[in-house]
Design a protein around this ligand. Sequence first.
Ligand code: GLP
Length: 260
Amino acid sequence: MHLGIFDNSDQASSAAAHVVINLFAQKPNATLGVATGSTPSGLYRELRAAHAAGDFSLKKSQVFALDEYVGIAEDHPERYRNVLRRELVGKENVGLTEEGLHTPDASAEDPNVAALHYDREIGAVGGIDLQILGIGTDGHIGFNEPGGSLVSRTHAEPLASQTITDNARFFDGDVSKVPTTCITQGLGTIMEARQIVLLAFGANKANALAQLIEGPISAKWPATILQMHPDVVVIADKAAASTLEYTDLYVERWQLAFGD
Ligand code: GLP
């Protein structure tokens, strides 16, 4: 696992964008896994700028969301499909087509059947080349909350109360408006992505990041399973990296792999 520590989230987002843009320069039809939440919005802004400059496009790509809220109205602005449409779809964004954007069907009668179908859809395109991840304050990735299987497939799952509290800011600050269930790619599904870029910004992610990088692999901190993945790049700002014990070592390792 490589950890890059940047002065601020803008610099970190720019570094993450380079990883994505480099991959698509080599493989324009790469399959991309995308996260929602506030953390990747700077990365998506960078990708839109690269698209406007003619340096990047998702026109030939299939893009898979990590997760979706169950029971959210189709036109709700916080439905993840709608969030990703705003960020990525259309010529003005990054050239992604509506057909190229895949999200779990959270309005399906049986979310578990929709989850199975979603896993198969990912498999049918040959898997995900690059998965972008954020991390929850409780260490979740996608919506894989503490105490779940470390090898799970895409499944329906209740949200932890910490996540409902954290995400209330997207729902007028009202926890009662936050959906309580989701469909999420499982940890086993995420681990099959060929490359993973995880972003962590802000002091409220410091504990989860310390567990991810230095903690034992544990269902208590689901992101720690990524320690078993051969190609993970973690991109953090200084605030998120503030409680790590071996920072000097990570900086040296990063410079050895990627230069300054
Ligand atoms: C959300 C999403 C995750 C995201 C995480 C952190 O609920 N399901 O994909 O990484 O929680 O969100 P944020 O980036 O807003 O802190």
